[in-house]
Design a binder for this molecule. Structure first.
Ligand SMILES: [Zn+2]
Length: 245
């Protein structure tokens, strides 16, 4: 065989080998890190707040008179629809969806709520328009373009619910936590809970880990909060203990 051709084939072989190794490492790491997740079973948590389990992800629902507000959309349409049926919640009664961020395990069932208003942070748009990606060239995507964008600390009033967006970048560029009536905090993936205490999520999942840890500190300073609901590590009704150093 021609010497040059042989060399070219060896180089191509090495490149393919490296790519295969990278993907293998990524998926093994993903599997081992997600095995540490502790999602809640589908059910009612407190007052008008419900949780839906879809694999390793939770989404949350708040009832306000006849309407429901959904926070994040987990992995899979079929599973989420089944679980909501168990809760007795009609998909058509969901008036609004808030996304903490655009990762696949938070937007998977978004297509169930096409008639609902959709909110996310302004900074998260970079994740879905191809400007920023989490892993190599794989950007996030959502099946809608009619989203409404929120600034840091912007407030949306829906019925009796005051919903405040708190920008907490790091996990993604526009990760947003939501504070409801100054009392309930949906933290998305900016923190985990370990034995009732707030803890960073594994660095592997963060785009900018240093920034994510700084953002987690923001969460310590909301004295009126009582509950924190995380997307993969359960919830606490003792905010004070959770955020104490
Ligand atoms: Zn997540």
């Amino acid at each position: 065989m021609n010497k040059i051709l042989k060399r070219v084939l060896i180089i191509i072989g090495i490149i393919i080998g490296v790519i295969v190794l990278m993907f293998t490492w990524f998926f093994l790491k993903l599997k081992s890190e997600t095995s540490g997740f502790a999602p809640m079973e589908t059910g009612k948590i407190v007052e008008d707040i419900f949780v839906v389990k879809d694999g390793f992800a939770n989404l949350f629902i708040i009832k306000d008179s006849a309407q429901y507000i959904v926070f994040d959309c987990a992995n899979d349409k079929t599973t989420v629809a089944e679980q909501m049926k168990i809760l007795g919640i009609n998909l058509e009664d969901v008036s609004t969806v808030f996304l903490t961020h655009s990762d696949g395990d938070h937007v998977g069932a978004l297509g169930l709520f096409d008639q609902a208003k959709l909110y996310m942070s302004k900074e998260e748009v970079q994740m879905i328009n191809g400007t920023k990606s989490k892993f190599l060239w794989f950007g996030n995507s959502i099946p809608r373009t009619d989203y409404l964008l929120l600034e840091d600390r912007e407030i949306v009033q829906i019925g009796n619910l005051k919903i405040e967006g708190i920008l907490v970048p790091g996990h993604t560029t526009g990760m947003m936590a939501y504070l409801i009536n100054d009392k309930y905090l949906f933290s998305g993936d900016i923190l985990s809970l370990k034995e009732g205490k707030m803890a960073p999520i594994p660095a592997f999942f963060n785009m900018d880990n240093e920034q994510a840890i700084k953002s987690m500190e923001i969460i310590r300073h909301f004295p009126t909060v009582e509950y924190i609901f995380t997307s993969h590590w359960g919830y606490t009704e003792d905010y004070e203990t959770a955020v104490a150093y």
